[in-house]
Design a protein around this ligand. Structure first.
Ligand SMILES: [Zn+2]
Length: 340
């Protein structure tokens, strides 16, 4: 049934170029429109031959399949992506009671299974195996940079929380990638040592360029200067060191908190800014002890100025000081002597 708000055929065709099937439907019989209709029909025939008829079918089976996949962690958007159909149609089937869909789309959706490829980044699995593999690679001297590049992670840092015990599971994709990398490394190590003998300590075997696993593409590489020999320690020792470091961190944190508490509990500073000032020689009277600022006391100023002048007269005169009064504290390398 034609929806009431659908524009008329002529109106739809107006925006289409000659040769478009809609233009033919609207009544144009020009050379290009006739050819266009022919092409369109033959394309439909070809599709029918290749993929079977595309008549409407009930959505019951698809709906059931979608609900099943949902339980396995595969939502309708991922299904749509994997099947190559629109996600809106699937959403309508799930929630808005869409009753019919094309037979070909149905077949595509029913073919989707919850696998590593389709589940993608969502699927998780226990981290044990992956962590073991990476530990072995690190022990053999492979830098984290190579491992992270080898499993297709962007950036330099190897980002696997489970490696530091911060997570119990890893993404399935990561697990698969790490397993593949480990397998490849094992193969190239065997290939190399079959020809050159055992791999010397402090070295690892890697590819010269690209990812071709061939004897001509292998090279011996010394460990990175920052290689963590930590990875050579037996597992128990590593765990103990880890635990000790955690304890140290906690103690340090605790100490910081204690210090902050002490700082907060300290009494406020006395109101006199510089209580020692009044006890200077020649100022025994202490007449301005109650004042908070020296600026309010002219006697002090006089005393200070007189003192510094006499000092200047006594000692040797520094030419820079003569040129720039009061520049005595500027380091010699920074002094700018302006001669008028
Ligand atoms: Zn035409």
């Amino acid at each position: 049934m034609r929806p009431a708000d659908l524009p008329s055929t002529a109106e739809i065709a107006r925006t289409k170029p000659h040769g478009h099937f809609m233009r033919y439907v609207a009544g144009c019989r020009c050379r290009r429109c006739k050819q266009g209709r022919k092409d369109y029909e033959s394309k439909l025939d070809e599709n029918r031959r290749l993929y079977g008829p595309n008549d409407f079918v009930s959505t019951d089976r698809v709906r059931e399949h979608l609900l099943n996949l949902q339980k396995q962690g595969l939502g309708h958007k991922l299904v749509a992506k994997a099947a190559g159909v629109g996600k809106t149609g699937l959403a309508e089937i799930l929630w808005y009671g869409k009753k019919k869909m094309g037979r070909r789309a149905e077949r595509k959706v029913l073919a989707v299974r919850a696998t590593v490829e389709t589940l993608g980044r969502r699927a998780m699995q226990p981290a044990g195996e992956t962590v073991e593999y990476i530990q072995r690679l690190l022990q053999w001297g492979y830098p984290k940079r190579l491992i992270s590049a080898g499993i297709g992670q962007d950036g330099v840092a190897l980002q696997i929380p489970a490696l530091k015990g911060k997570a119990q599971s890893v993404h399935v994709k990561t697990a698969v990638a790490v397993r593949e990398l480990f397998r490849m490394v094992k193969i190239i190590r065997r290939m190399w040592s079959a020809v050159h003998g055992p791999i010397p300590s402090g070295h690892y075997v890697w590819l010269k360029r690209g990812d071709a696993v061939a004897l001509g593409n292998l090279k011996l590489q010394p460990f990175a200067v920052n290689h963590e020999y930590f990875h050579f320690y037996p597992r128990e020792l590593r765990e103990v060191i880890d635990a000790a470091n955690q304890l140290k961190r906690q103690l340090r944190k605790h100490g910081k908190e204690e210090n902050a508490k002490k700082q907060n509990e300290r009494p406020e500073e006395p109101p006199v800014r510089n209580p020692g000032e009044s006890e200077r020689p020649g100022q025994a009277s202490g007449h301005c002890a109650g004042k908070s600022s020296l600026r309010g006391c002219p006697n002090h100023h006089q005393q200070r100025n007189r003192g510094s002048k006499s000092h200047e007269r006594d000692g040797e005169r520094n030419p820079a000081q003569v040129l720039r009064r009061g520049a005595g504290k500027v380091p010699a390398s920074r002094r700018r002597i302006r001669v008028a």
